[in-house]
Design a protein around this ligand. Structure first.
Ligand code: MN
Length: 230
């Protein structure tokens, strides 16, 4: 079959020390996975079940980019997160087996148009416009799981050199294996899927001219510069 226009190649994420990159298939994200962040958003933390939302693969933005201040918002926020890269199929996988589905880990930003997200939330509408927009899934190169095991590592974000988020991966309400097991009850996870695992407390606004840096001990930092609005 011929195509009316070129099918664009999926975005890819470099893998540290390897020539082959990780082609992105789907982007899943977890909401309110750190208790202090749940509270700052106005919710009591709970361990009933994690909840998920999605971004299109076309929201992927490589670390080190300069992006225009996103359109349609007056209150775009950073959210520093650990990202899990899925490397093997997983459907209804047990928590104990979940690590076998992980190819590696990366630092990422879940950029959020907070004003649009909160307005949608308060009206009982979907969050998509607040979460799923161009350049909203920023990601650094992936480190293979053989070289990184998420435990009590520090997770931090600086905005223009000032620390804004500072927590530990062990502060997550649901661990990486628990998240993968839960998510795989709803989806046939496949190689190329990414999972943003939620952000610690301290989220806040960005402005043109900002430089964001996110670190997790043992992973490649993620960086982003904010340019003028288009
Ligand atoms: Mn998030």
């Amino acid at each position: 079959m011929t195509l009316l226009f070129d099918l664009p190649a999926n975005p890819c994420v470099p893998v540290l020390g390897e020539a082959a990159a990780f082609p992105v298939r789907r982007v899943f994200c977890v909401g309110r996975n750190y208790a202090a962040h749940a509270r700052e958003m106005g919710f009591a933390p709970d361990r009933d079940a994690p909840f998920f939302f999605t971004k299109s693969a076309w929201t992927i933005c490589p670390s080190g980019a300069t992006i225009p201040y996103p359109p349609g918002t007056e209150n775009c926020h950073y959210e520093m997160e650990l990202v899990v890269a899925i490397g093997a199929p997983a459907f209804r996988i047990a928590e104990a087996e979940a690590p076998s589905a992980v190819l590696g880990y990366a630092c990422g930003f879940d950029m959020t148009r907070r004003d649009l997200q909160n307005a949608a939330r308060d009206q009982g509408r979907p969050w998509d416009c607040g979460k799923d927009f161009e350049n909203a899934a920023v990601i650094a190169p992936i480190t293979r799981a053989a070289h990184f095991d998420p435990r009590e590592q520090a997770i931090r974000l600086t905005r223009n050199g000032t620390v804004k988020q500072d927590a530990r991966l062990s502060d997550m309400i649901f661990s990486v294996p628990e998240l993968i097991a839960c998510l795989s009850a709803f989806y046939h996870l496949q190689p190329g899927d990414l999972l943003y695992t939620g952000t610690p407390a301290g989220v806040g606004p960005i402005a043109p001219g900002d430089r964001l840096a996110g670190t997790i001990d043992g992973l490649t930092p993620v960086e982003l510069a904010i340019g003028a609005a288009e």
